[in-house]
Design a binder for this molecule. Structure first.
Ligand code: FAD
Length: 443
């Protein structure tokens, strides 16, 4: 398995102190490794929201499904994200999206993706600590605050919603006292506990008949006469159909078509211990809304039901225990600036993981060229809780030769281009972060 980051990124090191693992430890998400010769109708590689949604919906429709994860279901971004079930997935502007069709198709899919997770949680009876208060975009400068009314109009037009502008002097009354100059409150999306959602999906998929194997990295894929043969350390899995759901943890050579079509980027998160009501009041941030900043190198944060503040931002360019520790200190420094009254509050949880970018700036969901019967979805640009779940469900239909049961925007069917620089393409991130830092400062 060829990967573009060091081994630490793919180990359990980055999740040793993950907040979400306190309620749902790795052991709850695990399953026996694949062994011997296995025959299945559909093989799913990757047990995050994409793979679990694909597997669940296929099994519910009567298909025989085997899901393989290199570590365990929920090991990747799905078990360690910020918990925002929110709009997003694409980073393309309306102008860029217009190349493929009506940009509004993508906006509709973003909303449909949130509704999909919402319906799924209800249907499967998953208690994932859902808090239904939508999201707030907080302005990091007076100039950005001045642009909030225009942003409100854009959201209203794009998502047929009614956002509310909160002026700087109204922030405290809205439970949003921090170092921000205003906010746009959008009544779409909800926060959840990522691992409670993942474990609920896992149980539902197993209950529907999916055979799940952890500790089963697929190291080779061959296709002959319409049959895929997957190799793991202790098993050979034969399947008629294949779904690749590995997103930011994709290997360059599994299969070779994906080489340089994904750009994994790290995101780093910290979480406080549970705070008392008095501690929340001392800072004045008491809203249960998810919040993120209106800049390119943004912070994202929300209070959990038991009053832990989860606070994340982009991670580093290299991966090692020492670097993760350094980045966690940066995140803590930014947290202290944002919430000065919480300077003394401990942050026992720090963790990091991989999001997945594409050169098209859109997710991809469709067939893998040159491999009839194989399908993939990836590239949610750090917003895959809703979109990964939604496209996973659509993958189930594609793999079963059915029309998607939910709209698939044409922009997500365009084949992702390869990033230049091959294995050295992380250099794009350095350039992008540098440029974003300059433009954020100027705004
Ligand atoms: C720190 C962080 C914070 C985030 N915050 C948010 C947020 O708040 N809201 C939001 O919408 N999105 C967020 N995201 C992004 C979101 O979590 C992801 O987009 C989403 O979880 C992707 O799901 P997935 O199933 O496609 O991939 P993943 O959950 O990453 O799963 C991929 C799986 O594939 C497995 N795998 C890889 N290669 C192989 C192989 N060869 N054989 C077998 N298995 C393999 C891995 O072990 C892994 O379990 C965040 C991501 C990170 C890292």
């Amino acid at each position: 398995m060829k990967r573009i980051y060091g081994a630490f990124a793919y180990s359990r090191g980055p999740i040793d102190a993950c907040h979400w693992a306190r309620a749902v430890p790795d052991a709850i998400l695990t399953a026996p490794p694949a062994e011997g010769r296995i025959r299945t109708r559909v093989a799913v590689i990757g047990g995050g929201y994409t793979g679990l949604n694909a597997a669940l919906h296929l099994a519910e429709d009567g298909e025989v499904v085997t899901l393989l994860d290199a570590a365990f279901p929920g090991f990747g971004a799905s078990g360690r994200n910020g918990g925002f079930c929110c709009l997003g997935g694409s980073r393309a502007t309306d102008r860029q999206l217009a190349r493929y069709g009506d940009p509004k198709d993508v906006r509709r899919a973003e909303k449909a993706a949130i509704d999909h997770v919402s319906t799924l949680l209800d249907r499967l009876g998953i208690d994932a600590d859902r808090q239904d208060h939508g999201e707030a975009i907080v302005a990091h400068s007076p100039a950005m605050a001045a642009s909030l009314p225009a942003l409100a109009e854009e959201f209203a037009k794009d998502y047929d919603t009614t956002p509310r502008v909160i002026a700087g002097d109204e922030m405290a009354a809205n439970g949003m006292a921090g170092h921000w100059h205003g906010a746009l409150s959008v009544p779409l999306g909800f926060s959840l506990h990522p691992r409670k959602y993942a474990s609920g999906l896992l149980r539902a998929a197993q209950g529907a008949g999916v055979t799940v194997h952890a500790e089963s990295p697929v190291t080779r894929i061959e296709q002959s006469g319409g049959t895929f043969t997957l190799t793991t350390p202790n098993a050979t899995v034969e399947a008629d159909r294949l779904i690749l759901a590995t997103n930011g943890y994709t290997s360059e050579d599994i299969p070779s078509w994906v080489r340089a079509r994904t750009l994994p980027a790290q995101s780093s998160v910290i979480a406080t211990r549970p705070m008392t009501d008095e501690e929340l009041q001392a800072q004045g941030w008491t809203t249960r809304q998810m919040a993120y900043e209106d800049r390119r190198l943004l912070h994202y944060f929300h209070l959990t039901p038991d009053n832990c503040m989860v606070f994340g931002q982009r991670g580093g360019l290299i991966t090692s225990a020492a670097n993760d520790a350094r980045v966690a200190l940066h995140v803590r420094r930014d947290f202290d600036r944002a919430f000065p009254a919480w300077r003394g509050i401990e942050t026992p949880s720090t963790w990091s993981g991989m999001v997945c970018l594409t050169a098209n700036l859109t997710p991809y969901c469709g067939p893998i060229p040159g491999m009839p019967g194989a399908f993939a979805a990836f590239g949610y640009h750090g917003n895959g809780v809703a979109m990964g779940s939604y496209l996973g469900m659509i993958l189930a239909d594609l793999a079963a030769d059915r029309s998607p049961r939910a709209p698939l925007p044409a922009a997500f069917s365009a084949l992702p281009k390869r990033f230049p620089l091959g294995p050295l393409r992380r250099a794009w991130l350095a350039a992008e972060y540098g440029w974003a830092q300059l433009t954020d400062r100027a705004a």
